[in-house]
Design a protein around this ligand. Structure first.
Ligand code: MG
Length: 171
């Protein structure tokens, strides 16, 4: 039987992380998804800029490293994060990834919104995330789904985002 310290399960070369987030759609706020401001008559409510996609990606990175969640790192009770650009959270997470010897293999994400139609913006969102994360455009995919007119997404009460990331050990 293999020694525990030799096991690829205890010192794996790959780790997967999952992120999910939801913010309420309200009037009087901009709609920012993956750092891209999207023209719409409503935006997302939150303590920071409420970028639901960036929060999901940040949680996926923290999750892959078993480092808890975005709420532990950047509490929404902390006034220093009021109105914060969520790129700050994402950059902190990717810095932690690299500091610990990992790189992103790929990132896949889905935005769930009944409206506005996001297909014209998916590419710009992916470009912006790739740029912030220091990865190539081929390593990232952004998808958009509606809520089929039912549930909090379909009734345009909220926007959700899911993200999954695979990390590869590089040192
Ligand atoms: Mg959030």
């Amino acid at each position: 039987m293999a020694q525990v310290e030799d096991s690829p399960l205890t010192t794996p070369n790959m780790r997967v992380g999952l992120g999910h987030d939801r913010h309420r759609l309200v009037t009087g706020k901009p709609l920012i998804l993956g750092g891209v401001t999207i023209p719409f008559d409503r935006g997302l409510h939150g303590h920071s800029d409420a970028d639901v996609l960036m929060h999901a990606v940040t949680d996926a990175l923290l999750g892959a490293l078993a480092l808890g969640d975005i709420g532990e790192w950047f509490p929404n009770s902390d006034p220093q994060w009021a109105g914060a650009d969520s790129a700050v959270f994402l950059k902190a997470a990717i810095e932690e990834v690299r500091r610990r010897g990992w790189e992103i293999a790929n990132l896949d994400a889905t935005i769930h919104a009944e409206r506005p139609k996001l297909s014209p913006y998916k590419s710009a969102i992916a470009d912006n995330l790739a740029n912030l994360l220091g990865i190539t455009r081929e390593q990232i995919n952004v998808k958009a789904k509606t809520g089929e007119t039912v549930g909090p997404i379909g009734r345009e009460e909220a926007v959700d985002a899911d993200a999954v990331v695979l990390l590869i050990r590089v040192r």
